[in-house]
Design a protein around this ligand. Structure first.
Ligand SMILES: C[S@@+](CC[C@H](N)C(=O)[O-])C[C@H]1O[C@@H](n2cnc3c(N)ncnc32)[C@H](O)[C@@H]1O
Length: 262
C-alpha cells in the first residue's frame, strides 16, 4: 500500500457529501472546469445508453458517492438499477434524493442538461423515472472479491463506475485486482462502463485531501483487458478539473465487454 493512502476509515469519517457536491456538481457557472467535466461524462453516457446504445435489465453503479447524474441516461435503457457506495453518509445522501427529502441536493440543472441531450425538456419526468428505476442502494467495497458482500446479486447486464476506482485503490496492483472484482459482478457478454481521471494523485473535498492512484491511459486499458474484458469504445479527453481541486491530466471514458469464454 502506498504511503498516505486515504483508506476506507478516512472515507467513512471525513468524506462529506455536501462539500463534494458543492465543489464538483454545483453546475452553476457554465464554464468552470468542474462543470465541463460533468458535461463530458453526461455526453459520453448519453452516447453509450442513448438510441442504438446498450440495453438490458440490470445495472449496478459502483462507488456512486452522493451523485445520481451517472444513471440519468442509463435509466432509459435498464429497468433495475442498483446504486452503491462505501460510506454511510453517501448512501444516506442518495436515499434523501430518492425519497424527495427537502434537504437533498438539487440536481435540477444537471437533469435539464441530461434531458437536453435527449432532446426533451421533461426533466421532472426524468427524475421520477430514475427514482422508480433505482431499486436498491447497497454498501460496496471494490477491494473485496465480492464488492457487495454479504449481499449476492445475480450477474449483471452492466456495471457502471465513474471517478471512483482511482480513489478507492492504493496502487496499480490494487486497481487491477479491483477491476477483476467488478468484472465478477457481470454476466459473460455484459458491459463495464467506466470513467477514470488520469494521472490524478489526490483531490480535495472541503479542506480535506483524498488520495488517488495515478493511472495512465495505457495502464487502464491493459488492466481492463487483463480483467477479461474487450474494449469496445475509448474516449480520451484532455479535459481536467481545476488544479486546486483535482490536478488530473485528462480523462478516459471506456465501454468494455466481458469475454464469453476464457
Ligand atoms: C470521487 S468520488 C466519486 C463519486 C461519484 N461516482 C462521482 O462520479 O462523482 C469517489 C467515491 O469512491 C468511494 N469509495 C472509496 N473507497 C471505496 C471502496 N473501497 N469501495 C467502493 N467505493 C469507495 C467514496 O466513498 C466516494 O464516494
Amino acid at each position: 500500500m502506498e504511503r498516505n493512502f486515504t483508506g476506507p476509515d478516512e472515507y467513512q469519517k471525513h468524506f462529506m457529501p455536501k462539500d463534494y457536491l458543492a465543489t464538483y456538481y454545483s453546475f452553476e457557472c457554465g464554464s468552470s472546469s468542474e462543470t465541463e467535466m460533468v458535461k463530458f461524462n453526461l455526453q459520453c453516457l448519453h452516447q453509450t445508453f442513448g438510441p442504438g446504445g446498450l440495453r438490458g435489465k440490470t445495472l449496478i453503479d459502483v462507488g456512486s458517492g452522493p451523485t445520481i447524474y451517472q444513471v440519468l441516461a442509463a435509466c432509459e435503457a435498464f429497468s433495475d438499477i442498483t446504486l452503491s457506495d462505501f460510506t454511510d453518509r453517501n448512501r444516506e445522501e442518495l436515499q434523501k434524493w430518492l425519497s424527495k427529502d427537502p434537504g437533498a441536493f438539487d440536481w435540477t440543472l444537471v437533469l435539464k442538461f441530461a434531458c437536453e441531450l435527449e432532446g426533451n425538456s421533461r426533466w421532472q419526468e426524468k427524475a421520477e423515472k430514475l427514482r422508480a428505476t433505482v431499486k436498491r442502494v447497497l454498501k460496496c467495497d471494490v477491494n473485496m472479491s465480492n464488492p457487495l458482500a454479504p449481499v449476492e446479486l445475480p450477474p449483471m447486464d452492466c456495471v457502471l463506475t465513474l471517478l471512483a476506482m482511482e480513489c478507492a485503490c492504493s496502487s496499480l496492483a490494487a486497481y487491477r485486482a479491483a477491476l477483476c472484482n467488478l468484472a465478477s459482478l457481470l454476466k459473460p457478454g455484459g458491459h463495464l462502463v467506466t470513467s477514470i481521471t488520469l494521472q490524478l494523485s489526490h483531490y480535495m473535498v472541503g479542506k480535506r485531501e483524498f488520495s488517488c492512484v495515478s493511472l495512465t491511459k495505457e495502464e487502464v486499458e491493459q488492466a481492463i483487458l487483463d480483467a477479461g474484458l474487450d474494449i469496445e469504445q475509448l474516449l480520451h479527453s484532455a479535459q481536467s478539473y481545476s488544479t486546486t481541486t483535482a490536478p488530473n491530466k485528462g480523462i478516459c471514458f471506456i465501454v468494455a465487454r466481458k469475454r464469453l469464454g476464457p
